[in-house]
Design a protein around this ligand. Structure first.
Ligand code: AMP
Length: 405
């Protein structure tokens, strides 16, 4: 991170407001450089709150007692004033807000007007844990920075190109029409960023490529990107469907809920909690930290080995399915915490895809740090590690809206 000196710099402040934490980044979109970033945690607890503001590689630790988002955003403003960069001095073009759910209304970023905020409010039933806090972030930041354009960038927008056969659940009509039941997907900004970056890296136009992006973090999803458009993704109505995740089960029989209501006496709330927060890796082996899963597997732990194998099996299945969906695949891109840092899982997915034309390069996979290929130069299907950068994607989309007026 550097102090802004670039005369052509165009800065965007990116805000990701959750229930008890706020993440932010100040980026220069021209250079792609992060000028400052921070995290304000434990909002609303009254004491023991913590924040960190990093600028020029130095992290400033801040204790706080913010009781609400308004007070937390004041801490953000004070952190910039005290530790820099001075927001009044940088060429700040706008504020980009990450919004989890845009339903079918938003197929791209939107300048936030009263009407847009109302539409985001209307989507709360689809993302009750996220959209309300995203809206609070918008309201408070608009009060603090009233002269700047504020732009909403939706996690779901990239997936609005998914065709009906892929986004429709085979369920009764009134579920679909009256209760908005369909697949929306998530991680859209990450998939969009990684797909574009992958095309740059392989030196081919995005609109000619069939890419499978595997975003493997604590939340995980796969996306089939054909010609730069999302045509299929593994997350569904909510981010619980699809791959095995840190604490989420991913795909399972839809009648499991009824079975457990009857046989285990689970109620709706307990079921919802357990399928989202006590399943996945955590449910299989007691931890959702993939580093620990990998270490325990290497030491011969049976539960960790099963958790790893279920994860890898599900991934291979999705790669095969998405290859069929796109009638082939050109590049497989691994991203996010596990995708970027676990050569073991990448190997478990790729080493048995020779039948698709993947010629895995074990040495490159093992030694790679950061961005790079993990298949041989002659491999028919290439695989790459492509670190994601959701904040830069949000900043770029924000600036595009600002420039469009
Ligand atoms: P994310 O949600 O993208 O931050 O990813 C979090 C996940 O990445 C956690 O399961 C971490 O254990 C995992 N992770 C981070 N670093 C490593 C690593 N060096 N090896 C394996 N997994 C890692």
């Amino acid at each position: 991170m550097t102090t802004p000196t670039n005369p052509d710099a165009r800065h965007v402040l990116v805000i990701n407001a959750g229930s008890s934490s706020i993440k932010y980044q100040l980026l220069d979109v021209t250079s792609g450089v992060t000028q400052a970033k921070g995290l304000i945690e434990r909002i609303g607890e009254g004491h023991g709150g913590h924040a960190a503001h990093t600028v020029n590689g130095v992290t400033h630790e801040i204790d706080h007692s913010a009781m609400n988002h308004r007070e937390a955003f004041e801490i953000l403003r004070a952190a910039f004033a005290e530790h820099g960069p001075d927001l009044a001095q940088v060429q700040l073009e706008g504020v980009g807000h990450r919004i989890v759910h845009g339903g079918t209304f938003f197929d791209g970023p939107a300048l936030i007007t009263g009407g847009v905020a109302e539409q985001i409010r209307g989507l709360i039933p689809l993302a009750p844990l996220h959209n309300p806090h995203n809206l609070t972030g918008i309201r408070v930041m608009q009060q603090l920075f009233p002269d700047l354009p504020h732009v909403a960038v939706f996690d779901t927008a990239f997936h609005t190109t998914i065709p009906a056969p892929a986004h429709t659940y085979a369920v009764p009509e009134y579920w679909r029409t009256e209760h908005a039941v369909r697949r929306y997907g998530a991680h859209g900004t990450s998939h969009a960023y990684v797909a574009r970056r992958t095309a740059e890296l392989v030196g081919r136009p995005l609109d000619e490529l069939r890419i499978i992006v595997l975003h493997l973090g604590n939340g995980a999803s796969a996306c089939a990107v054909q010609g730069g458009r999302s045509v299929e993704t593994s997350m569904g109505m909510t981010p619980a469907e699809g791959l095995v995740m840190g604490t989420r089960a991913g795909d399972m029989d839809p009648t499991l809920a009824a079975h457990l209501f009857r046989s285990a006496g689970l109620g709706v709330e307990a079921y919802d909690r357990e399928v989202n927060h006590a399943s996945g890796l955590l449910g299989l082996c007691g931890t959702n930290d993939f580093r620990e899963v990998t270490e325990r597997r290497a030491a011969g732990d049976a539960d960790a080995t099963l958790a790893f194998d279920v994860t890898a099996h599900r991934l291979r299945k999705y790669v095969g399915a998405y290859t069929a969906v796109m009638e082939g695949v050109d590049v497989i891109a691994f991203t996010a915490g596990i995708g970027e840092h676990s050569p073991e899982l990448r190997e478990a997915v790729l080493a048995r895809l020779g039948h698709l034309g993947v010629e895995f390069d074990a040495d490159a996979n093992e030694s790679l740090r950061g961005e790079g290929p993990i298949t041989t130069s002659g491999s028919k299907v290439a695989a790459w590690v492509v670190p994601t950068n959701e904040e830069l994607e949000i900043a770029r989309q924000t600036l595009a809206v600002v420039d469009a007026g």
